[in-house]
Design a protein around this ligand. Sequence first.
Ligand code: APR
Ligand code: ZN
Length: 357
Amino acid sequence: MKAAILWELNKDLEIRDDVSLTDLQAGEVHVKIVSSGVCHSDVSVQNGTIPSPPPCVLGHEGAGIVQEVGPGVSDVAAGDHVILSFTPACKNCVPCLRGQSYLCASMGPMYVPHFVVDGNPIMGMTGCGTFAEELIVPSSALVKVDHDIPLDIASLIGCGVTTGVGAAINTADIRPGSSVVVFGAGGVGIAAIQGARIAGAAEILAVDLVESKLEMAKRFGATHACTPDAVEQMKTEITAGEGFDYALECIGNPTTIRATYDAARRGGTAVIVGVGRMEQMIEFSAFEFFFADKTLRGSMYGSSNVRTFMPKLCRLWKAGKLDLEGMISRRIQIEEVNEAFTAMKNGEVIRSVIDFA
Ligand code: APR
Ligand code: ZN
């Protein structure tokens, strides 16, 4: 079968057609991937921002069909349609029992190499590796979806949509009538803008370096849009200079993380969704936390309990309240994945989706 492999940091992925899988073990599930989104986190693994050492089959935003289940698996069966969850949700560990499956502690079964290339075992990114025609994951990494949800739509829910909408609805808990600013209008940012719209925000400002993204953001619910240099002026215009009730960073850049904190009003909330490099630092004065009384929060997987939140996103899509078709800018074959990375880095697309069907 085909899979796209990162052999070395900062190098193109190699598309191989002779990749196989390990034998199915207890608790594991063999899935045929039908669709996979290309997310900025894939690029971040390629360039070393997110630590996931090569060799590695990239891809973590996918959906497919269960082929076979290993001994002991009872929550999914052959023929089921599933979304891959890039963190497991085991239902048994302390964070899962506490209702925080996005912090699931049962990572061990994810970090088993399941791909075989030239006789050697290879890991999939985050334990998934959706840039492959087939994969094996523990059943804890699968969320079953109804057959009437198209699998290209479902694939986007695997990462960007859950992360962005979840950051707005779960992490920030945006209240109706609020003012919101979202830095970065890529796949995650556009999802956050839609989350803010669904939550009933009165004003939503989208901030992006790329002009074409600003128009796009308005199609998904942004009421205002600007480049980073105009944020102060928009803050004055929209909030009379006070700052936004909620500010969300969907880029992963220390400068925009700092700008996101600054854009929130005193007593407001800043949520950091983007993933920067481990060694990058952000400075705050020791006085300002006290004085500003802001909430500064990280957001892992949109603080989502995937087993309840992903079905909720499917229902929002069915109800016409969440535009996911519009987020698919390009449909590609796996052979075009390196070009899709370039398009993403150039800000040309919201999402490219690999079609394996
Ligand atoms: N200021 C404003 N906008 C910027 C800046 C900047 N300094 N740098 C990049 N952008 C914009 C890009 O033009 C693009 O539209 O941010 C957007 C990022 O979108 P994508 O590349 O589509 O990335 P996405 O998949 O949305 O991921 C965003 O979330 O999950 C994390 O690892 C992921 O850190 C990444 C972030
Ligand atoms: Zn992702």
